[in-house]
Design a binder for this molecule. Structure first.
Ligand SMILES: Nc1ncnc2c1ncn2[C@@H]1O[C@H](COP(=O)(O)OP(=O)(O)OP(=O)(O)O)[C@@H](O)[C@H]1O
Ligand SMILES: [Mg+2]
Length: 426
């Protein structure tokens, strides 16, 4: 039996809180896993930014990347390591690059998902380029924006086709507001999307590998209160629909980590409205009560991928999804369940559960203890300090840490039993 160590690289930008917690919990786990004849330890390390030789090897088994979507050097280093060294990275950088909101709408419409009526508009203005004028003169048709608005139906939302961070999103209730929004949109390519109106529930479903977590979301609340602490807000059947929807999207696009937003309309249907969020918010300042779930999800999936040397799917292979989409005489719920099954197979859901039960039995207890420590509070304070004015740091640190304590109280069954420690089950 050889002693081997798997290395997980953390490719980070502004993230402070989850990596600090991730690293400390990983250390406390002191993993020594019997895996296929080896005794496997797991370490993490922060990936640094520096020049690299295209032929140099990569020392990581898994990289958790939070930079790909905007920092090109890291993206290219990661792509090189996937191509040349068999690195497992989440999320797949090609997929993050290519699959923006628009592509995700089109693909999921094709699979039959109830995406609200959506149109795309040519931009209002352009950055001048050599061929622009002849191209527009020949091919750009004058169009009646009001007619598009009426075709989509009001109220509607206008939003950039590749959006994120609520940039350039506005609600329009009539032709005049649509025209005003378009006049102000500069060279952004916009969607006009019918509003789900009324809706009685807004859910964000976070998917991490085969793990999913539902949060009832209040888009009108201040930033630190949008992820609510509501419980039992959907039925078991609805939870399954949201899980299948999220994992279908994630596996179709090759995202291990993504957050899917869906609204329940007045007709009881769950409408996915935004699901190209492949670098989801992971900060305690938004997630608070839900933060421990996310840190544990990061740990479980990355440890699983590293220890088992799970192979990253380098191509997406959409055929099985299209085959189901094309089957006649199948209801949408049946189709969705069939997609969900492909997703669970691709994400090795059953094998993952078994792995966690066998090798990570002590994670709940270790994390539960950690989230009560000063070290956890320090991680919270560091993030708050980076985002809030100095005079609010203490108050918000207490607020967020307090909500984590609320999570601990709700999950007190995870603490170490005085008689039988689950650590023994390692
Ligand atoms: N079709 C819709 N029906 C109802 N509300 C919508 C619709 N589209 C967008 N919204 C509202 O506008 C908000 C922002 O839209 P969207 O999520 O598509 O943009 P975003 O830039 O990705 O925002 P974020 O980064 O917060 O996810 C949504 O959270 C929701 O409150
Ligand atoms: Mg959104």
């Amino acid at each position: 039996m050889a002693n081997v160590t798997r290395k997980i690289g953390l490719s980070l930008g502004a993230d402070l809180c989850w990596p600090a917690c991730y690293e400390q919990i990983l250390e406390r786990l002191a993993l020594s896993i019997d895996w296929q004849g080896d005794r496997v330890a797991v370490e993490s390390e922060r990936v640094t930014i520096e020049p690299f030789d295209l032929r140099q090897s990569c020392r990581y088994d898994v990289v958790l990347d939070r930079l790909t979507h905007w920092y090109h050097l890291s993206r290219e280093w990661i792509k090189k390591a996937v191509l040349m060294d068999g690195l497992y990275v989440l999320n797949n950088p090609w997929s993050v690059q290519a699959m923006e909101k628009h592509t995700s709408y089109c693909a999921m419409i094709k699979l039959g998902m109830p995406i609200p009526e959506t149109w795309m508009l040519p931009p209002k203005s352009y950055v001048p380029t050599a061929d622009l004028q002849p191209t527009l003169k020949r091919y750009a048709r004058l169009f009646d924006l009001g007619a598009v608005g009426r075709e989509v139906g009001y109220p509607a939302f206008i939003k950039p086709y590749d959006g994120g961070g609520w940039r350039g999103v506005s609600r329009v209730d009539d032709d005049a507001k649509l025209r005003r929004g378009y006049e102000d949109s500069g060279n952004t390519v916009l969607h006009v999307q019918k509003a789900v109106d009324p809706f009685d529930r807004f859910v964000r479903c976070i998917g991490f590998g085969p793990q999913t977590h539902l949060v009832s979301y209040d888009a009108d609340a201040p930033l630190h209160d949008r992820y609510t602490r509501d419980k039992d807000f959907v039925t078991a059947a609805e939870a399954q629909t949201l899980r299948d929807t999220t994992l279908t999207i994630n596996t179709f696009f090759g995202w291990d980590f993504n957050s899917c937003e869906a609204l329940r309309g007045g007709d009881g249907v769950w409408y996915p409205i935004d699901f190209a969020n492949a670098c989801p918010d992971s900060q305690v300042t938004s997630l608070h009560y839900h933060f421990p779930w996310l840190v544990k999800a990061y740990l479980r999936w990355s440890i699983y991928c590293a220890v088992t040397k799970r192979k990253m799917r380098r191509t997406l292979d959409w055929e099985p999804y299209y085959a189901i989409a094309d089957l006649p005489d199948m209801s949408y719920p049946e189709r969705l369940r069939a997609y969900g099954k492909i997703a669970e197979e691709r994400l090795e859901a059953a094998r993952f559960e078994e792995f966690c039960a066998k090798h990570l039995g002590h994670l709940d207890e270790v994390a539960w203890e950690f989230f009560g420590t000063q070290a956890a509070k320090t991680a919270v304070r560091e993030k708050v300090n980076a985002l809030f004015p100095a005079h609010e740091v203490e108050a918000f640190t207490s607020l967020f840490f307090g909500r984590i304590q609320e999570w601990r109280a709700d999950n007190a069954s995870q603490q170490a039993s005085p008689l039988v420690s689950k650590r023994g089950a390692k």
